[in-house]
Write a protein of this length. Structure first.
Lengths: 307, 315
């Protein structure tokens, strides 16, 4: 495999990792602070992409669509919290898994009803079309580089919010020991609403970013949701830093594995077998990694919960 | 007598299923639907043993059915269609998968168990999609149903109905006996308080692993029947959404006893079928009903009489 190809796949992996991080950040905080499993977090990503598609079609501008989709995703997240999720905080994980599974069914079918089953296209913003010469003979799409840059900037902002502000301090405290924070007089429900709305907006943001390069379709969040869960379990539930590193790791392993595994297998197997086995193995790689990490470090790489 | 009373709901349900073909539910279409419900109920009963009995909430139970179903597919491709060969292979394949994955998974508990079973389920799913020789993503259509002693017994819809009912009854009895035995009491003790159970000298690990393998084996048998019922197997049967649905059947029915899983699976399949004829976008209603069921029926369908009685007493 040439250096060029490796670099391209590395950048693709980084980009997938960034999108995963944006989704996993909200998920891990909600999970960490309120001990709430939200399977419906993936549909927040889908809803964000649909908002982008809708607003882009209405206004004709990607930037306006981005500007409108973010508050829309935030409001939508808060609406869901108000209607369903806040009634589940005191229930066990099983009830949470099932009720949020119901939310997935409703929303996946809901967007199908409103927008149709066919994938929607969102045009690239004019300023970010074309490519940038990363090295000799390698032209990488500008928009994908912009996703990486935007995602990294958001991660930085998030780090500042969580590590350097008062609300962030409460969130970290809540992830470590929520009952204690509540006992100290903090309205943990309100704190959770803020975290929840913010997480929904981040997932929506990931959806908006992904909309121009992936097809916007019902169920697009389901597979990313599972990857995001892998990310937060590997990273340690409630840990933003863990989520960031694990997201990049999962993004890179997933992308590089997909391109390199078949070649690797060719060393042992015939070409057609190598392609099949390689594809299967590369899809499994991150789950194998997760199972291994859970078996040896059950609390993930960066545990935050007080035991 | 008291023991019989607690089994009454399950016995009534099984009895109703036995009579169903003779009281107006004997059409081919209805029998197909009932067979599907009974097969899923089998898997749900096994899952209920794990969730209700051992506190192991598995999000990868569909993979067990998948192993059973793919055993049928692979043997079908090799022209091995005798049920007395295929069924044991299906059960062993699923039990083997449960043993290997369970050895790692049952070390964890709570959320981590949900996640790790989800991960193993996804591995099985991706393995199935990569089986290009057996249709890959598109799935595989069987040449015919498996034969019993060379005869086409399973092709007969009425016979297949009773085969499924027999398998369901056997699975229910097995799980029932397990839960009532010393083994089941240890499982429940571990579920209630692992620390205390350990202090009493019980190592939870072998008990939980055994329960996981037995549930896997029953899942494999259900997968065998599922493949024969549909005469078609696809990776979509192993997707995590499927595992979620199985879990839903268990919770929908209620965890107070194994009859909850029976009730939940039947309710789920019949509701799905009925709603899908009412409205193109029936999944919206289905999802809303699921959410409402979780919010307002904490003890599931089988808890409704208790809730009503309580309401009356209060009123």
């Amino acid at each position: 495999m040439s250096t060029t190809l490796l670099l391209v796949q590395g950048l693709n992996g980084l980009q997938l990792g960034i999108l995963l991080f944006l989704i996993a950040a909200g998920l891990t905080l909600v999970f960490g602070v309120m001990d709430f499993i939200n399977l419906a977090h993936g549909v927040q990503y889908m809803v964000g992409a649909y908002f982008a598609a809708f607003f882009a079609a209405q206004t004709g501008s990607f930037w306006l669509a981005l500007l409108l989709a973010l508050p829309a995703a935030l409001l939508f997240g808060l609406l869901l919290e108000f209607l369903v999720f806040r009634h589940l905080y005191d229930r066990d994980h099983m009830a949470q898994v099932l009720a949020t599974f119901g939310v997935i069914l409703v929303l996946n079918q809901g967007v199908k009803m409103v927008f149709g089953a066919a994938p929607l296209q969102v045009p690239l913003p004019d300023a970010l079309t074309g490519g940038i010469r990363v090295m000799d003979g390698l032209l990488y799409p500008t928009y994908r580089l912009a996703i990486i840059a935007g995602g990294l900037a958001t991660a930085g902002l998030l780090w500042w919010l969580v590590e350097r502000t008062k609300v962030g301090m409460l969130v970290r405290a809540g992830a470590t020991n929520a009952p204690m924070v509540a006992a100290l007089g903090v309205d943990i429900r309100r704190l959770f609403m803020i975290v929840f709305g913010f997480g929904a907006m981040l997932a929506g943001f990931a959806g908006v970013l992904a909309a121009p390069i992936l097809s916007v379709e019902p169920g697009m969040g389901d597979n990313l949701l599972i990857l995001a869960f892998v990310v937060i379990v590997i990273g340690g539930i409630g840990s933003i830093r863990g989520a960031f590193l694990a997201a990049l790791l999962v993004g890179l392993v997933e992308t590089l594995g997909r391109s390199m595994m078949p070649d690797l297998m060719r060393l042992f197997l015939s070409p057609s077998e190598a392609r099949q086995v390689g594809a299967a193995l590369s899809s499994m790689l991150i789950y194998i990694a997760m199972a291994a990490i859970l078996a040896f470090r059950p609390a993930g790489l960066f545990p935050v919960r007080a035991s | 007598m008291r023991q019989l009373r607690s089994e009454l709901p399950a016995l009534l349900l099984l009895g109703a299923l036995a009579l169903a073909p003779f009281v107006g539910f004997g059409e081919g279409y209805v029998l197909t639907l009932l067979a599907r419900a009974m097969i899923l109920a089998m898997a749900a009963v096994a899952l209920s043993l794990l969730v209700g009995g051992a506190g192991l909430v598995s999000m990868g139970h569909a993979a067990m059915m998948g192993f059973g179903a793919y055993a049928v597919v692979i043997l079908d491709d090799a022209r091995i269609v005798e049920a007395h060969v295929v069924l044991p292979v299906a059960i062993l394949a699923a039990a083997g998968f449960a043993l290997v994955t369970g050895a790692v998974a049952v070390r964890t508990s709570g959320v981590h168990f949900i996640m790790i079973t989800l991960a193993f389920g996804q591995m099985a799913f991706f393995t199935a999609t990569s089986l290009a020789g057996y249709g890959g993503d598109d799935g595989y259509t069987l040449y015919a149903r498996n034969t019993v002693a060379g005869g086409r017994l399973l092709e007969n819809k009425l016979a297949f109905h009773y085969v499924c009912l027999g398998a369901l009854t056997a699975s229910w009895l097995l799980c029932r006996m397990l839960l009532a035995s010393r083994f089941g009491r240890v499982l429940r003790a571990v579920k209630g308080n692992p620390m205390r159970a350990q202090a009493l000298g019980f190592d939870p690990y072998p008990y939980r692993l055994t329960a996981y393998v037995i549930a896997g084996a029953i899942g494999g048998a259900a997968g065998f029947l599922f493949a024969n019922a549909a005469e078609f197997v696809a990776p979509a049967y192993i997707s995590w959404q499927r595992s979620g649905e199985l879990l839903f059947m268990v919770i929908l029915g209620g965890l107070s006893g194994l009859h909850g899983a029976l009730l939940g699976a039947l309710g789920f399949v019949l509701l799905e079928e009925w709603l899908s004829h009412q409205w193109e976008h029936w999944r919206i209603l289905f999802g809303v009903l699921l959410i409402l069921a979780v919010l307002f029926l904490p003890n599931g369908l089988s808890g409704i009489p208790g809730q009503v009685a309580k309401g009356f007493r209060r009123g």
